[in-house]
Design a protein around this ligand. Structure first.
Ligand code: URA
Length: 254
């Protein structure tokens, strides 16, 4: 990595930590290195920081599923009226998801919480504010990415959605993905990664490692509410930043 790129990477990192309100700086640089052959090599910071290669080059949109004939707004309109599972009975508003119709990155969370249920928008509560800061630290506006959830209605007491609820809601997210055709899907937390990569034992076995799903690259990372709950834990923030750097490097075609 040349000096300018190195400076940019460090500045990005500082901005992220400033943005997320972290009151610390890390001693060791955790930026990607470029090997003699020009190939990406993982940052020398432990096994979990070493993301595998994404499945496609940055120039390709790898999704091997046919595009839906509907628009995102048409899908959202159906979600708002949906009564396919018991979660509909307890919701204030359904939360279809929002963002840019040509977003390169799709963030997928678990399901709406209280604030999202009231506003009908994804990730607007405390975890959402952190996600917005992470997105900003990556150099994007919220409106430039797409943010969705596995289930579109709030589970009672914010419990993990049941399998039948996930199955009932799955066609909406799948259809959104075929319309968006994002370059990368970032899954936030275990419920989201389980949807794409079933049968994983623990977040720790996949976090930070690009996974392949129907030809698309999926980057599993921690849920922002996990970071909020563990506010003083530097290591978690560091891991999420590593993951987001890998996503950004992929989008840059590195
Ligand atoms: N947590 C989620 O998983 N999704 C939201 O939209 C908000 C909080």
């Amino acid at each position: 990595m040349n000096k300018k790129n190195n400076r940019t990477a460090v500045a990005d990192r500082l901005r992220f930590f400033e943005e997320i309100g972290a009151d610390f700086l890390f001693k060791e640089p955790r930026v990607r290195t470029v090997s003699a052959g020009g190939k990406r090599s993982p940052a020398p910071s432990g096994p979990k920081a070493a993301a595998s290669k994404p499945v496609r080059s940055a120039a390709e949109s790898g999704l091997d599923l046919p595009r839906s004939g509907r628009t995102l707004e048409e899908i959202a309109a159906e979600v708002r009226k949906c009564r396919k599972c018991p979660l509909a009975a307890g919701r204030t508003l359904a939360v279809p998801g929002e963002g840019h119709p040509k977003a390169q990155i799709l963030f997928v969370g678990e399901g709406p919480g209280h604030d999202e249920d009231v506003q009908g928008r994804p990730f607007v509560g405390r975890a959402g504010q952190l996600l917005t800061k992470i997105i900003a630290a990556m150099g994007f506006e919220r409106s430039e990415v797409f943010i969705a959830n596995i289930v579109k209605c709030r589970p009672p007491e914010n419990r993990v959605p049941h399998r039948e609820e996930v199955e009932a809601c799955a066609p909406y997210l799948l259809e959104q993905i075929t319309v968006l055709r994002p370059r990368v899907i970032v899954t936030l937390g275990k419920t989201a990664v389980d949807f794409f990569i079933p049968n994983i034992k623990a977040m720790s076995s996949v976090r930070g490692i690009f996974q392949s799903w129907h030809g698309l690259s999926v980057m599993p990372t921690f849920h922002p509410s996990y970071l909020v709950r563990n506010e003083g834990n530097r290591e978690l923030k560091k891991m999420v930043w590593d993951d987001m750097q890998n996503v950004m490097a992929f989008l840059r075609g590195e």
